[in-house]
Design a protein around this ligand. Sequence first.
Ligand code: RAM
Length: 389
Amino acid sequence: MKKKVISIMLSAVMAAALLAGCGSSSSTTTTDTSSSETETAAEETASEETTEAAAEAASEAGEEAASDAVAASGDATGKTFAIVVKSAGNPYNEKEIEGFQAVIEAAGGTCVVKEPEAATADAQVSAIQSLISQGVDSISIAANDENALQSALQEAMDAGIQVSCFDSKVNASSRATFVNQAGTQEIGQTLMDAVYDITGGSGQWAILSATSQATNQNAWIDAMKSIAASDEKYADLELVEVAYGDDEPQKSTDQTQALLSNYPDLKVICAPTTVGIAAAAKVLQDQGSSVKLTGLGLPSEMAEYIGDDDAHSCPYMYLWNPIDLGQLAAYTSIALVNGDITGTAGDSFTAGDMGDYTVVEADDGGTEIILGAPFRFDSSNIDEWKDIY
Ligand code: RAM
């Protein structure tokens, strides 16, 4: 994962969005976080830091790169692409949206953003139904439940809408393919090894998850449990509880405090959620707790808690680039809508400047496209990344 490459890529996409905005294209974004809808151009909704990153690298990438990005991503003119995230108010989701929106608008399409107020399946079913009525061409969703969205998504597919998921999958029957941030086993192994390392190989540990229905969280937790059970190396580690903070800061804070009071011998909390890890990091650090933390976190939210000493609660953590994940979800949606792929294993396509990707078999009978390996953040690199995402 190279910061400069990401920066150049962002600049290319943003510059292309600007070009599209200046030309005959009428690319717009509709954002719906509750009952109200607003329309904004890509350049207005981009975060300040992304705009800065784009501006900084604009001279390097130039207009030629911008048009390459558009050409390579396919033409989305006249088409409408929806992104449905798990919930509003989560900075990780905002980064995914940022990446998705930039690619769609650079390719001349219209982007519709749905951010349900709560991370529930019901809220996503309502969002899907409204997108079907609106007649969008594609829906890309980060699912709050693996199975509960099936009938709504089936209705969307029956209406000719291309359905794919990213970040957190729906079942194989409900999607063309899944844009997965990293291999599920790989994330499970990475986190289990971190718990092993930080505990010193023995003692109590707990998981602080998001919602109990989140497909991605549950898949990573299952992977950690099966890895721990299948190797003697982990025999002296005791998983005492899986707590759920529902990707809400206050609930995640309360759950962390409950873990600390219920398990006085607790050594490590692993939070495979950016909301959970940030809440737990603050609780542990404010209390000067000896309990250590690892998991999946945003560098921007975790920088002050990362460090290999008693003053910091998190020695190291992992994540992928959520902007890249949003971009790959957008390129996948465009490829599906244009008929370049159907989501069958073996299909391949070019995701603009991100390069070529191939659809592979997933372990649930469906298919997936894997973004890459999770990246480690520690005191040696956190300052480089905290302003990126
Ligand atoms: C939270 C969400 C998301 C997950 C990240 C790591 O923001 O639960 O789905 O991928 O954490």
